[in-house]
Design a protein around this ligand. Sequence first.
Ligand SMILES: Nc1ncnc2c1ncn2[C@@H]1O[C@H](COP(=O)(O)OP(=O)(O)OP(=O)(O)O)[C@@H](O)[C@H]1O
Ligand SMILES: [Mg+2]
Length: 274
Amino acid sequence: MRDTEQFAKEIAGKLLEDAPADAEAPRKLHLPDAPAASRSPLIEMHDIHKSYYIGKPNELEILHGISLQVFPGEFVAIVGESGSGKSTLMNIIGVLDKPTSGEYTLDGVDIHNAADNELAAIRNRKIGFVFQTYNLIGRQSALKNVELPMLYAGVPAGERTRRAKDWLARVGMAERMKHQPNELSGGQKQRVAIARAMVNEPALILADEPTGALDSETSRIVMDLFHEMHEKYHKTIVLITHNPQLAEECQRVLTLRDGLIVGERKGSGKRAAL
Ligand SMILES: Nc1ncnc2c1ncn2[C@@H]1O[C@H](COP(=O)(O)OP(=O)(O)OP(=O)(O)O)[C@@H](O)[C@H]1O
Ligand SMILES: [Mg+2]
C-alpha cells in the first residue's frame, strides 16, 4: 500500500515545483451561474489504464480501463476498498500523474498532448486539491499558505492578501490566519486547506479522504464546507471517502473495485440532518 504521508509529501513537492506559466491579471471574485445540464463534460475519460513498473520485467496494472464523465457543477463521490485504485485515479484526474493508456480530456484540454508547463498551469488554475493530511506548508501562517497558489498564478501581492483573507473568513478561519499549521487543530487545518483550494477559483475541487483524519463532528463541518462550495459557488467536486454516509450526500456515487468502476448510483446530493 502506498504510504499516504509519503504521497502527500510528493504531491506537496510537485505543487510547489509548478512554476507560473505566465502572469495573469487578478480576477474579480464572481459567483458563476448555476450549471446548465447541456454543458459538455468537465472530466471525460475513456478506457484509462495505469500500470507501475515494479522492476523488470514486471508491470503491475492498477487501473484496468476507467471510463468516466463528470459534468460542470456535479458533486461526485468515489468509494471503494483500500487499494482499489481511488487515489491513483484521483491523481490522474488531477493531472498529478499520467495514465499509461487511454484518453483524458479536462475542461476541453487533451491531457495526452499537453506539455508539462501546460499541465502545471492546469493544476494551478483549474484544480483545487484537498488531502487527508492537509498538506499545508509548516512554519508559514495560514494566510501565507492560502496565498501560495495565487503566487504561482501571478496574482499581485495586495490582491493575494485580500483574497486569502476573504477565503479564510469564508471558511471561518479569520481569527486564526496568523497561526502556523502546528498551532491549528485538524479541522482548522483542513479549513485552511479548503480556502487554499478555492482561492484561485478553480473549476474542479479534488478531495482525497478530506475527513479521513477527523472526528465525526469535525468531519461534518468540513463536509458542510464542501456542500457550500458546491451549492453557493457551483464547484464541480470529486470526493474520495470511506464514509458511506458522506458518500450518500453527494449527487452520484461511483464504486471502484480492483481498478474498475463496478457501480454507479445516485446519492441524495443533500447534507444529512445532524
Ligand atoms: N507508485 C506505485 N508503485 C507501485 N504500486 C503502486 C504505486 N502507487 C500505488 N500502487 C498500488 O496501487 C494500488 C492502488 O493504490 P491506491 O493508492 O490508488 O488505492 P486507494 O484505493 O486510494 O487506497 P486507500 O483507500 O488505502 O487510500 C495499491 O495496490 C498500491 O499498492
Ligand atoms: Mg487512497
